[in-house]
Design a binder for this molecule. Structure first.
Ligand code: ADP
Length: 375
């Protein structure tokens, strides 16, 4: 029999708040129970000052639900509503104290990772995930150790784009082993919840889930982690940009959307939290007819380059609208890995080289494996 919300709440009634008189359900601390095919998620709301010391409570809650029959996985997150000095309430994660994001360098919650780079867009559907997957593969092709964190928890697409199925295994009692394909390490909420499941997340839950995907995953030593951000520039993105010690952000935009204000909003968001914007990538930049080879600028090509110049941000490259890009990424074998000799793969390797140079100050030329030329 599939597990129900009532069964979960009953199990959680056995978990007592060690500092208050009662169990976490009766005290109204459990919220946002989500059940998908036996995968269970919920939040435990606590006061911000108690967040750090209530980790054992979170674990006990997970164990209580894990013990139920037909439960495949359990993710409990601690969340809190923090009151900033100004008075207005604003969502904030409980477990991790807010800290200023260093412009570059290692993140406190993923210490083996040299640089974390966000791929963001002002709105959905501009090809952000496609670019993130190909950028990661371009970095890998340039000889770097690369991880991909799918932070697009509203619509995780990395499992599909990177052709990864199955569930992550535990490396030890509390650490998950990341999934792997094409030499990339990857973690996504999509491994725990089916891709087409609509998910409703409250701001604090988003941050806790992301922190767990960074902190409780055996990423090992990585040169760079590519983070596929949720689309848009809301609170979740802002908090994430603030808390994850991003080395920089890349904005993906279509030519017509940069002319609107979406991508500029993305830029402003990162600037506000002192995360350097590494540059703009124009996706679906122009259309090259596969039959006659004629090029059409269906989306007024060049908008992003002009806008980048105007805003004083680097233009990292343009990726055309091409059926091959769509088909390969939707089939789980992105063009950078499935057609490495194509000009598009080269475009992504070039963009990757620029991104790495900007965050590390190093060129990847000496790392890339030698290319064998047959004459
Ligand atoms: P987002 O992450 O911004 O929502 P996706 O990366 O999921 O966007 O892309 C949306 C759709 O557009 C996908 O079907 C993807 O394959 C397709 N797509 C993205 N970039 C291109 C491109 N350059 N040429 C053709 N199709 C593309």
């Amino acid at each position: 029999m599939p597990v129900t919300e009532n069964m979960i709440l009953d199990a959680l009634r056995a978990v007592r708040d060690p500092e208050r008189d009662g169990d976490i359900v009766s005290l109204g601390m459990v919220t946002g129970v989500v059940i998908r095919d036996g995968n269970v998620g919920f939040a435990i709301e606590v006061e911000p000052e108690r967040g750090a010391r209530l980790e054992p409570l979170r674990k006990a809650a997970e164990r209580a639900v894990e013990a139920l029959p037909d439960v495949m996985s359990v993710t409990a997150v601690l969340t809190a509503e923090a009151k900033p000095p100004g008075g207005a309430r604003r969502a904030a994660p409980a477990a991790a104290p807010a800290q200023a994001a260093p412009a570059a360098g290692k993140s406190a919650i993923a210490p083996g990772v040299r640089a974390i780079v966000a791929v963001a867009s002002g709105k959905g559907g501009v090809g952000k995930s496609t670019v993130a997957a190909n950028l990661a593969l371009g970095l890998k092709a340039n000889g770097l150790r690369v991880g991909v964190l799918d932070a697009d928890i509203y619509g995780p697409s990395m499992p599909r784009m990177l052709g990864i199925t199955g569930k992550p295994q535990m490396a030890d009692a509390k650490i998950l082993r990341p999934m792997e394909n094409y030499g990339l390490k990857c973690m996504s909420i999509g491994f725990l919840v089916p891709e087409d499941t609509p998910m409703i997340w409250r701001g604090p839950m988003v941050m806790s889930a992301l922190q767990q995907m960074l902190r409780d995953v055996a990423w090992g030593e990585l040169d760079i982690m590519v983070v596929d951000m949720p689309p848009g520039t809301g609170d979740a993105q802002l908090t994430m940009a603030q808390q994850v010690s991003l080395a920089g952000a890349v904005i993906v935009s279509t030519p017509q959307d940069i002319a609107l204000i979406d991508a500029r909003k993305g830029l402003n968001m990162f600037t506000k939290v002192n995360v350097p914007v590494l540059g703009i990538i124009e996706n679906m930049s122009y259309f090259l007819c596969p039959h006659c080879g004629e090029r059409s600028d269906i989306f007024s090509h060049g908008g992003a380059r002009r806008e980048a110049e105007r805003l004083g941000v680097d233009f990292l490259g343009e990726v055309p609208l091409d059926l091959a890009i769509r088909e390969t990424s939707d089939e789980g074998r992105p063009i950078t890995v499935s057609q490495p000799d194509s000009p598009y793969a080269q475009t992504f390797r070039d963009i990757a080289a620029k991104v790495w140079e900007k965050v590390s100050g190093e060129s990847t030329a000496r790392r890339a494996p030698p290319r064998i030329v047959v004459e």
